[in-house]
Each structure stands twice: as C-alpha cells, then as structure tokens.
Design a protein around this ligand. Structure first.
Ligand code: FAD
Ligand code: EPU
Length: 346
C-alpha cells in the first residue's frame, strides 16, 4: 500500500480535468484494499482503474484507491488457453501480449484503455466482440467480509455496456482478477463495418485484425494522452422499431441494428452528427470532429464545460429525433456516483 504525496486527480483520469481527492492510495493486494476500507471506514471511497470511463463533476471528498494488483498466469489445455489475470494489469497490453504469444481471440478489443479489473464492469466491447464472449469467471473481493469469491460469467449478468457490477454489487466488491478462455480454434470476427475489408485477405491472422482495429481506432478516436476524453460519452440508444422505422423514412442512410423483433439499436454518433454538432464547443469542451459520440477536453475544460456540452447534445438530439441519450461515462459527484440529469438540476 502506498499513499501518494499528491491529491490531484488530473493524471489519474483520461478527461484530464483539474480535480482533487482528499487522499490517493495505491492498493497492491487484496489485503491492502481491506486495510484501506477498515482504516477509512467513515470516508467515501472510490476504486479507480485508469479513469477512462469517468467524469469527475467536482473534486472528490474522499479516498481514491488505485488498483495495482498485478500478475498473469496461463494454463494450456488441448482446446484452449485459460488466462488468470490480476485486475490491475493494463487491458491493451494484455491483448497485445496474447497476440504476440499466438493466443488469438482478443484482437477486436485492442486499444481499449483501462485495466483488466474494470473490463467486466461495463462488459467492454468493440468491433463486434464483447468481453463476455471470452470471460470465464471474475474473482471478487467482498468489501464487507474480506472473502474472495469466483463468479461465473452468467452470474456477472453481462449486457450491452452493463453487468451486475454496475447494479447489485456496485461499491460492494473489488474485481481482483478475471479468467479468460481463448479457444485454440480461431474464428476471425470481421463482420463489423471497416473490418469486413479483411475478408478478401488470404491467410488472415489475429495480428492482421489487431493491426486493423488499432488503425481504425487511431484514425477516429482521440488519444487520451493528447486530448482528454472518456471514449463514447453516450450509449447507443435502443428504441422501439416503430420509432426507428419513422426516422428511417426521413433518412434511409440511418445506421440501425436489430436487437430483437421490436427493438432497434441506433448509432448515437450518427444522431449527434446529423444535428451538425461535430466540433461544437462549450468553453474548453468540444464534440470530437471525427467521431461525434466522443466529447473532448480540447483546451483546459472544466467539468462544468463538459456537463453543459453533454446537456446541449442530449437536448438537441431529443428535439430533432425524439431519442433520449443516456450517458455511458460514469459521473462522479463529491461523494457518490451521480447523473447528468442530477448535476444539471443543481
Ligand atoms: P475506470 O474509469 O477507472 O473505472 C470505471 C468504473 O469502474 C468506476 O466506477 C470505478 O469505480 C469502477 N472500478 C474500476 N475498477 C474496479 C474494480 N477493480 N472493482 C470494482 N470497481 C471498479 N469502452 C468500451 O467498452 N469499448 C470501447 O471501444 C472503448 N473505447 C474507449 C476509447 C477511449 C479513447 C476511451 C478513453 C475509453 C474507451 N472505452 C471503451 C471506455 C473505457 O476504456 C472502459 O470502460 C474501461 O473498461 C474503463 O477502464 P478503467 O480502468 O479506466 O476504469
Ligand atoms: N457515425 C456517424 N458520425 C459520427 C460517428 C458515427 O455517422 O460522428 C456513424 C458511423 O458511420 C457508423 C455508426 O455511426 O455507421 C457507428 O459508428 P462507429 O462504428 O464509429 O461506432 P459507435 O457506435 O459510434 C461503438 C462503441 C465504441 C466502439 C465502436 C466500435 C458504444 C457506445 N460505442 O461506437 O465503444 O469502440 O462501436 O465497435 O457502443 C466506448 O464504449 O467508449 C467506445 C468507444
């Protein structure tokens, strides 16, 4: 365990906003987490990975605990590689390492920022693949008892950008390790948009897919070490088929994906783009000019700038399309998680 000298959260979240915590402590073991929870029983506490899915709406009036649990082990069976990965390992470095070791499977999920222990929380997904397809189990440290228990993927209740860790287990459990199962029979997943070009390539390898995914992402998404952001700010909304049909009647190029017989997922980035909001600014915050679903800290943005920009985007899309956008980015208030709606009411 290590208490940092600094209380600035700016280097510890990818939006790069000037906010502080009361104290920032690194946890290097499950025992560290338990001591912190015991020693600071009456203080608010926030577990932080790389802060790539968070907006601090104001300074945090409590203890921020940085996950520093490390270690990877691999078991090879006749049909698969089974990886046990500590929660504090970096996700993209893990993906890169598996590809280098000729253990394909995770290539579509390359370049997603953040830690392995955070990946199950919103069931990270990209280019037609979601974590749950490779996740065998999640080990959690229960903060009330100190017990570590193993949850099957089914028990994690994975959904689109969702899991039990955003619901029933929120603030109750630390994800200390994730078990991944990578089958030896590799099936490339290249059905998604720009990846479909790869279908023409003979002798396609997981490294080719990995390289292509990195290329597309580097083109569209701002690098958070240069321009602050937290990836897609909003989820892609799931709407009634009847609404999707009437919107499509006005614009036959509208991207849409069937979710069930009467539900359709729309592309929030397309909706925002159609409102002409690419590049739109409030103070130092801006809608990214290459991907309208990403809000950026272009130039010394305050949290208020980002909140005002997010509100403007939600209101504009609602007025034009009658579609309600829900933020994917987790909003943190002074002591607890909050929402755009709640922040705007103050
Ligand atoms: P943090 O932001 O630090 O934490 C997220 C939440 O989880 C917080 O509420 C935190 O308290 C909680 N938490 C963190 N660790 C633990 C733990 N061990 N136990 C319990 N609770 C914990 N996401 C995608 O799904 N697909 C993408 O393609 C994608 N692209 C992105 C691109 C960019 C440029 C950026 C900046 C983000 C992107 N994201 C994407 C979002 C983000 O990378 C993921 O949500 C990632 O899993 C967050 O990891 P983190 O370690 O930064 O989590
Ligand atoms: N589009 C536009 N204009 C824009 C942005 C998008 O017209 O400004 C259109 C695209 O042309 C495409 C559609 O909208 O037809 C979807 O765009 P894209 O393929 O870029 O994906 P997305 O739906 O915007 C989602 C995830 C990303 C993930 C990508 C790739 C969500 C909320 N976002 O974005 O995840 O990387 O697909 O799979 O589901 C994240 O969660 O932080 C994230 C970056």
């Amino acid at each position: 365990m290590k208490t940092l000298q600094t209380t600035s959260l700016k280097p510890f979240h990818t939006f790069g906003i000037e906010v502080d915590a009361k104290q920032i402590i690194e946890a290097h073991s499950a025992a560290d987490f338990m001591s912190i929870w015991r020693d600071h029983a009456d203080e608010p506490k926030l577990i932080l990975g790389e802060g790539s899915n968070l907006l601090f709406c104001q300074s945090y009036d409590g203890i921020v605990v940085l996950n520093r649990l490390k270690g990877i082990s691999v078991e090879e069976t006749s049909t698969a590689w089974r990886l046990h990965v500590a929660g504090g390992e970096n996700w993209h470095e893990l993906v890169r390492w598996t590809i280098e070791q000729n253990m394909p499977g995770l290539e579509n999920l390359a370049l997603i920022p953040g830690l392995v222990g955070s990946a199950p929380i919103q069931n990270i997904g990209a280019y037609g693949v979601e974590l749950n397809e490779y996740c065998e189990y999640v080990d959690v440290l229960m903060l009330d008892t100190g017990d570590i228990s193993r949850m099957t993927a089914e028990e994690c209740e994975f959904g689109y950008r969702d899991s039990v860790f955003k619901g029933r287990l929120k603030n109750k459990a630390v994800i200390v390790a994730v078990g991944l199962l990578l089958p030896k029979v590799w099936v490339p997943m290249i059905g998604y948009g720009a990846l479909s070009d790869l279908a023409h390539q003979s002798d396609l390898t997981a490294l080719d897919v990995f390289t292509k995914v990195c290329e597309i992402r580097n083109e569209k998404l701002p690098n958070p070490t240069i321009v602050g952001n937290a990836g897609s700010f909003f989820k892609n909304p799931v709407v009634a088929k009847s609404l999707a049909d009437s919107l499509e009647a006005q614009n036959d190029k509208m991207p849409r994906f069937m979710v069930s017989d009467n539900q359709v997922k729309l592309a929030a980035g397309w909706l925002i783009d159609q409102c002409g909001l690419k590049g739109f600014r409030v103070g130092g915050a801006a809608v990214h000019d290459k991907q309208a679903l990403v809000l950026t800290n272009l130039e010394g943005a305050s949290a208020d700038d980002v909140v005002a920009l997010a509100k403007h985007v939600v209101d504009t899309v609602q007025a034009k399309f009658g579609v309600e956008l829900e933020h994917e980015v987790r909003f943190m208030g002074a002591t607890d998680e909050t929402t755009l709606e709640a922040v705007c009411q103050h």
